[in-house]
Design a binder for this molecule. Structure first.
Ligand SMILES: Nc1ncnc2c1ncn2[C@@H]1O[C@H](COP(=O)(O)OP(=O)(O)OP(=O)(O)O)[C@@H](O)[C@H]1O
Ligand SMILES: [Mg+2]
Length: 367
């Protein structure tokens, strides 16, 4: 017996979009499951907003399909699609009050006045704007306007919610709270959500899956852990968090013992091969700053210990950030809880590099 696979809530098939001769989406395909929160990240201009606008019906695609809950919708105007968008530039109605902006969609859907009022109050509370319902939009700060736009997008419960950097204008604390609120609400209502952000930590903390885009092409789709721990190329590795790259040539592979070594500019590095690699192959080791241990005395009984010299040490409270030079190679290290042992420039230190290292092979290395 075959178990039927549920149809995805949103299916993007080979979407292409040109602006004049510039191809800004180059065949984007992706499935989003019901109730999933998927975040798109990527450098400015890579096509995130364009893709969201195409899903919402505010921009036409040149070829490809948008399928919502099994039905093709790319020929429909925005008001006939069961999607809601929170625009990057808010796109609020300036001549209306906060409450009228938030309740606009409900009015169009012919909700009763008292129901609209109730819902608007609920949403005002959610975005922490209680008491501001009768204020005109142009009398609000940028961050407040952004929250109105978010509340407006949340007013109806669409099949797909599209949020284009909905928190970018908020201060750090509010951003953190709102992020948590969006996730809670999204999980409670099981609204399929596409979220766009520039903030990789936001993406990591809020998403079921992350999509990394570059120049109109999806580079990788995966859980936050997959994207962070096993980026599939150099661009992704350096886009999510800081990373130390160490070039090497595979020297030995012992499949039985699940061990391998690579010769690198700092010496021989042992590692657990996470994939098939061959002796003589050029690789790039991907080493995150927080996985390297730094110490004054030489650790015993461990592999991958290298001596280096501190170049810069920055105490930032919860951790210390160092650059350490080993044989002309620069390493960035994050040391948690540095209170007891904060190393100064020119100090000799030992670095311990883990053996569980993600590595990139030739085709994944930026040439
Ligand atoms: N209306 C338009 N006319 C012409 N070119 C456009 C238009 N809208 C966007 N572009 C171009 O399409 C590309 C993708 O833009 P888009 O707004 O989708 O990027 P983005 O990933 O959302 O960037 P950001 O992170 O800065 O918001 C850019 O090169 C942009 O200049
Ligand atoms: Mg954008």
């Amino acid at each position: 017996m075959t178990i039927p696979t549920p149809i995805p809530m949103l299916n993007l098939i080979e979407i292409h979009k040109f602006y004049d001769r510039l191809e800004v989406l180059k065949g984007v395909s992706m499935e989003v499951k019901k109730g999933e929160l998927v975040t798109f990240v990527g450098p400015s201009g890579c096509g995130k907003t364009t893709l969201l606008r195409i899903i919402g019906g505010f921009t036409n695609l040149d070829s490809g399909e948008v399928i919502l809950d099994g039905q093709r919708i790319d020929h429909l105007p925005p008001n006939l699609r069961d999607t809601r968008i929170c625009f990057q530039n808010y796109a609020l109605f300036p001549h209306m009050t906060v409450a009228d902006n938030i309740g606009y969609g409900l009015k169009i859907k012919k909700w009763k006045k008292n129901k609209i009022q109730e819902r608007v109050e609920e949403l005002l509370k959610l975005v922490q704007l209680e008491g501001l319902g009768s204020r005109m939009i142009d009398k609000l700060s940028g961050g407040q306007q952004q929250r109105v736009a978010l509340a407006r997008a949340l007013s109806l419960e669409p099949k797909v919610l599209l949020l284009d950097e909905p928190l970018s204008n908020l201060d750090a604390n509010l951003r953190l709270t709102m992020r948590g609120e969006i996730r809670k609400l999204q999980e409670r209502l099981k609204i399929t959500t596409i979220f766009v952000t520039h903030d990789q930590f936001e993406a990591m903390s809020i998403s079921d899956r992350i999509v990394v885009m570059k120049e109109g092409v999806i580079q990788q789709v995966g859980s936050p852990i997959e994207i962070y721990e096993r980026p599939s190329n150099e661009f992704i590795a350096s886009f999510v968090g800081f990373v130390n790259f160490l070039e090497g040539v595979v020297e030995r592979v012992d499949i039985g013992l699940n061990k391998a070594t690579a010769s690198t500019p700092i010496g021989v590095v042992q590692f657990v091969p996470e994939r098939n690699i061959n002796v003589g192959e050029k690789v790039k080791l991907v080493i995150r700053p927080e996985t390297i241990q730094i110490s004054q005395s030489e650790p015993t009984g461990m592999n991958n210990i290298f001596q280096g010299e501190v170049e810069i040490g920055m105490y930032v409270g919860s951790l210390a950030k160092y650059t350490v030079m080993i044989n002309g190679e620069k390493f960035i290290i994050d040391q948690p809880n540095p209170r007891e042992t904060f190393f100064k420039p020119k100090e000799k230190v030992y670095l311990s590099i883990p053996e569980n290292i993600h590595l990139l092979i030739k085709t994944e290395i930026h040439q």
